[in-house]
Design a binder for this molecule. Structure first.
Ligand code: EPU
Length: 339
């Protein structure tokens, strides 16, 4: 275990690249280290367990201990001619895991290429992109209960996945540490999901009619690289807000005022609106307030142009929220966790 006792900069541990410090920083590399750490720190209030840092915004120095979960490794649990069940430790980088699957011929995660962050945090917000969500490939996950120190396995139903949501953001918030995620992937007869318009366009442009896992993954990578900023170049945490869901009645009123409004019906009475469209219409796309800004190719993404503080980014988020509420009477909620 690697303990740095004071004033540890978290700049390289959050994809917004916010330069805050934590009193203490500990890297946990094995499950044994975790089980050794937890009882000794049971009564500590100010402990934050950090994964890939791709969904957090640090607004100030952290007065406490940051525990960086960095447990690596993966193993095959079960394999048939058709499917494979694979258990992946939480500290594995998400995109590297996707590439491993694509290169090994394991299907299911290719649409989730290039999502920043680690495997262990993927269930928390049920990561999703281009028509696929984590829940579609999820078998179960192993968690350690912070109080009882017991491990248990949670299956698909236990996790109560929904759009950018799970039990880990609700009833079980702060209760568990996810140590492994178990995936169920296909080895043949892959169910490729290329229905998302932009994927089809890229494949057509390349003249690909019978795409492989690699083709789909490459198409997703191309789309993301064109639209979304690379956190290694410009700090960001992907979509800052969730796409809001409104009732049919609210939507009809909006559509009467804004006839071009894009939308996705999700049930008889629920309609999802792209927050990026709302933010663009409100005039924020590409705008910059000091070093805090709104990405110029996808308005849903807030960016750190260099030395923005977490507070500056949060203030910008608040300003956007207020404007959206004023113009459209729609509430947009952050997807990112403010620490
Ligand atoms: N749009 C605009 N202006 C913008 C951005 C979007 O008008 O600046 C409109 C366009 O009409 C566009 C529509 O919004 O057709 C949808 O845009 P996009 O396909 O980029 O998807 P999104 O709804 O903005 C969601 C996810 C992304 C994911 C994409 C693709 C959320 C909060 N975000 O974005 O996830 O990559 O779909 O599936 O659901 C992430 O979570 O970090 C992330 C990037």
């Amino acid at each position: 275990m690697n303990t740095i006792s004071s004033n540890f900069s978290l700049k390289n541990y959050n994809t917004f690249n916010i330069d805050v410090k934590s009193d203490k920083f500990i890297s946990i590399n094995t499950e044994d280290q975790l089980l050794d750490f937890l009882p000794k720190n049971k009564d500590e209030d100010n402990i934050f367990f950090l994964g890939g840092g791709s969904n957090v915004l640090f607004s100030k120095d952290y007065k406490g201990t940051i525990v960086h979960i960095s447990i690596k490794g993966k193993k095959i649990i079960e394999e048939s001619n058709d499917n494979i069940i694979i258990e992946v430790n939480s500290g594995e980088n998400w995109h590297e895991f996707v590439l491993f699957c694509v290169n090994s011929g394991y299907g299911g995660v290719e649409n989730l290429s290039l999502i920043p962050g680690n495997v262990g945090t993927s269930p928390i917000q049920n990561i999703g992109a281009y028509g696929v969500e984590l829940k579609d490939v999820f078998d179960s996950c192993i968690v350690v209960d912070k109080l009882s120190l017991k491990s248990k396995q949670l299956n698909l139903t236990d996790c109560r996945f929904d759009y950018r949501d799970s039990i880990f953001k609700n009833e079980a918030k702060g209760k568990y540490i996810i140590t492994e995620v178990v995936f169920k992937l296909t080895k043949k007869n892959h169910e490729l999901n290329t229905s998302y318009g932009a994927i089809n366009t890229v494949l057509l442009e390349k003249g690909i009619t019978n795409p492989s896992l690699k083709d789909v993954s490459n198409a997703v990578i191309k789309i993301r690289q064109e639209k979304l900023p690379d956190p290694n170049v410009i700090g960001n945490s992907g979509s800052f807000f969730k796409n809001p869901v409104v009732s049919k009645q609210e939507f009809d009123m909006l559509q009467a005022r804004f006839e071009d409004i894009p939308f996705y019906p999700i049930s008889e009475n629920e309609i999802k609106i792209p927050a990026g469209w709302l933010i663009e219409q409100a005039g924020f796309k590409g705008k910059r307030f000091g070093d805090a800004g709104v990405h110029d190719r996808q308005a849903l993404v807030l960016v750190n142009h260099g030395n923005a503080t977490g507070e500056e980014i949060w203030l910008l988020a608040k300003k956007i929220q207020q404007e959206i509420s004023r113009i459209f009477q729609v509430t947009i909620e952050p997807e990112v966790n403010l620490i």
